[in-house]
Design a protein around this ligand. Structure first.
Ligand SMILES: NC(=O)C1=CN([C@@H]2O[C@H](COP(=O)(O)OP(=O)(O)OC[C@H]3O[C@@H](n4cnc5c(N)ncnc54)[C@H](OP(=O)(O)O)[C@@H]3O)[C@@H](O)[C@H]2O)C=CC1
Ligand SMILES: O=C(CO)COP(=O)(O)O
Length: 378
């Protein structure tokens, strides 16, 4: 049967957010601002450095974050957050996860109270174990909070390549009044011929996918850098999905969301391309390059590095076992040699698939795995 509420949205523009502020002019913030301009919205992009705002306005480029990609006409950048938020009907917050609390507090103080905030960073906060939406609910009490996530390399989105995302928000009873639901309004406000948003009311499921896939992508990169083949990568992606599923369900999300764009979609993308900073970081570490020398020593946002700690802290607190994330944590944060960490994972007692069956069988060659990988790898 046809979904009549969706039909209503398609035939109505009353719910559009005409004026949108995008907070953060890095790769992802600038790419999302491009989408919104192409969708016909009035967009103000906030850059914390005035010289970056000036470059975007005067050259139509953001060379540091999106080299040589022409930005659409009509995109206006400012470095005063108050100016960016004046008149905004919706706000996208697109800075790295460690800055989301501070930036959300600032935006909350400046934006009109009815304006929803959509968080576009991926991660879990250190100490509190909060997802990005949880931080925002803390930092901006009483406000509608949404998230945008999915398999989306910024460089492709900025270049107008076909891309699908999931947009979720924290409003109750969204199915009863979908035309006025913030996720649906934002989906309609930013959809273009190339950019296809899906809507969801499972923020937790959407966010767990985004946070954990970066950790698994580092693990996949490490194994590739260390010389493993595609079989090992496929195993990690699949078992990584199982870890995402277990954590999401423990947090109140659904398995279905995890198999969607923001879970499986983003996991597949990030674990299989050197366009991913997380995968590339892992690949360099796997090839024996020290943390400080990765990306030739230039600072690059690699969310999975810090999230290897925060995701496993969260999982431990909930009693969820995430062996791939634990392996990654031990390599990145506890200096465990890659071969040893991998053997620890690979030589664990054999289990059922799915793991919910809770069966453990002795590994017939656990010692050999330690001998083999422990001595073969860096
Ligand atoms: N790039 C991508 O393909 C995608 C990224 N994301 C997520 O989006 C988030 C942002 O990533 P991305 O845009 O790629 O990162 P970038 O490194 O490209 O840009 C980061 C931006 O945030 C600003 N910034 C950094 N630290 C702070 C701070 N403490 N306070 C305020 N602004 C700050 C930077 O400003 P300055 O230039 O002044 O340093 C820069 O404008 C991450 O969580 C990432 O996982 C999600 C989907 C796709
Ligand atoms: O989140 C992303 C793609 O969906 C971007 O991945 P990286 O941060 O690894 O580049």
């Amino acid at each position: 049967m046809k979904d009549r509420s969706i039909e209503f949205i398609q035939s109505s523009n009353t719910g559009l957010y005409d004026n949108v502020a995008v907070i953060g002019a890095g790769a992802w913030g600038t790419a999302l601002a491009c989408v919104l301009v192409r969708a016909g919205r009035n967009v103000t992009l906030w850059a914390r450095r005035p010289e970056l705002a000036e470059e975007i306005n005067s050259t139509g480029l953001n060379q540091r974050y999106l080299p040589d990609i022409p930005l659409p006409e009509g995109l206006r950048a400012v470095s005063d957050m108050g100016e960016a938020l004046a008149g905004a009907q919706a706000v996208l917050i697109v800075t790295p996860s460690v800055s989301i609390r501070e930036i959300t507090e600032q935006a909350h103080a400046l934006a009109a109270p009815e304006v929803p905030l959509f968080i576009c960073a991926k991660g879990v906060e250190k100490g509190t174990h909060l997802l990005m939406s949880g931080i925002a609910e803390d930092a901006a009490p009483g406000r509608v909070i949404g998230v945008i996530s999915g398999p989306t390399f910024a460089v492709e989105v900025a270049a107008d390549a076909p891309t699908a995302v999931t947009i979720a928000s924290n409003e109750p009873e969204w199915d009863k009044d979908i035309a006025h639901h913030a996720a649906a309004r934002m989906a309609q406000s930013m959809g273009t011929y190339s950019f296809r948003p899906y809507v969801s009311n499972d923020m937790v499921g959407v966010e767990i996918g985004g946070a954990v896939k970066n950790v698994v992508a580092i693990a996949c990169g490490i194994l590739e850098g260390a010389g493993f083949g595609m079989n090992a990568r496929a195993a990690l992606i699949t078992r990584g999905l199982s870890e995402i599923k277990e954590l999401a369900v423990a947090m109140g999300g659904t398995r279905e969301t995890v198999t969607g764009l923001a879970g499986m979609g983003d996991l597949m993308l990030t674990c299989s391309s050197t366009k991913s900073r997380n995968f590339s970081y892992g690949r360099q570490r796997g090839a024996g390059i020290a943390h400080d020398a990765v990306f030739e020593g230039k600072p690059v946002v690699v969310e999975g590095h810090g999230n290897a700690l925060t995701v496993t802290d969260l999982a431990r607190a909930l009693g969820v076992f995430m062996p791939i994330c634990e392996m990654t944590r031990s390599i990145l944060h506890d200096d465990v040699p890659i071969g040893h960490a991998f053997a620890e994972y690979w030589a664990a007692p054999l289990q059922a698939e799915p793991r919910a069956l809770d069966i453990e069988i002795a590994h017939p060659a656990a010692e050999a795995a330690f001998t083999h990988y422990g001595s073969e790898l860096p």
